[in-house]
Design a protein around this ligand. Structure first.
Ligand SMILES: Nc1ncnc2c1ncn2[C@@H]1O[C@H](COP(=O)(O)OP(=O)(O)OP(=O)(O)O)[C@@H](O)[C@H]1O
Ligand SMILES: [Mg+2]
Length: 209
């Protein structure tokens, strides 16, 4: 399965969810490759900060040819996660064309909901060439028991892209883990952050089948 984490909006959690989903998928023994398709190289920074043993491979490929190169680069892997760039449209387009399923993180804020229009347009455009392309929103940095946390689903329903039932809460452990090049389950195996990531991964695999 090739999962692309995309959103033209910056700072929504593409890299955070990419590394944690890759880690979650590799927990089951699957061979996982994380492609950093962002010129900022944040996923590569994450890998460089890591002192623990590597649990999945990370390569940098910030080129608009990811969709052409992925067949060769992805050989021998069970799952590939692509951490997409913000803004740069040609790179995002290529990452979308490379993916079987696009996961779009959105924060529960009106700005994020409005900005999602851009990535939805790219998805619709890609579907002209690739009818089978699947895409879903995932709410990230949800703040428990807030009205905006509930309203975001309703607002996103206006787009022709599904919203995953599972979401990810705003938790300090995501930043703490990233600082050490770790996944949240490596900090707290039974923690709420780890179980939310597991739930997103499971729902996504089911959705993309
Ligand atoms: N669920 C969360 N809880 C707490 N902090 C989070 C969460 N998700 C992301 N963050 C923090 O938000 C910031 C932005 O996240 P991240 O870098 O993953 O976003 P991005 O979409 O990859 O950004 P960019 O568009 O710049 O690539 C980071 O500091 C990250 O630690
Ligand atoms: Mg990023």
């Amino acid at each position: 399965m090739i999962i692309g984490l995309l959103n033209q909006k910056g700072g929504v959690g593409k890299t955070t969810l990419s590394v944690n989903l890759a880690a979650s998928l590799s927990r089951t023994g699957a061979r996982v490759l994380l492609i950093d398709a962002d010129p900022q190289g944040s996923a590569l920074d994450w890998a460089a900060a890591r002192q623990a043993e590597q649990i999945f491979s990370v390569v940098g490929l910030p080129r608009a040819t990811v969709h052409k190169e992925i067949g060769q680069i992805g050989q021998g892997y069970d799952h590939i996660v692509i951490d997409g760039p913000p803004r740069v449209t040609d790179l995002a387009r290529s990452a979308i064309m490379a993916a079987d399923v696009v996961l779009i993180p959105v924060q529960p804020s009106p700005y994020d909901i409005w900005a999602a229009e851009e990535v939805v347009k790219l998805i619709e455009e890609a579907r002209i060439y690739k009818e089978s392309l699947k895409a879903a929103f995932v709410v990230n940095r949800k703040i428990a028991n807030t009205a905006i946390g509930r309203d975001v689903r309703e607002a996103l329903a206006a787009y022709p892209v599904q919203v995953l039932a599972s979401s990810v809460t705003q938790r300090v452990v995501f930043a703490e883990a990233a600082a050490q090049g770790l996944a949240v389950h490596e900090i707290d195996q039974n923690g709420s952050a780890a179980s939310e990531i597991e739930a997103v991964a499971a729902e996504l695999m089911e959705f993309a089948r």
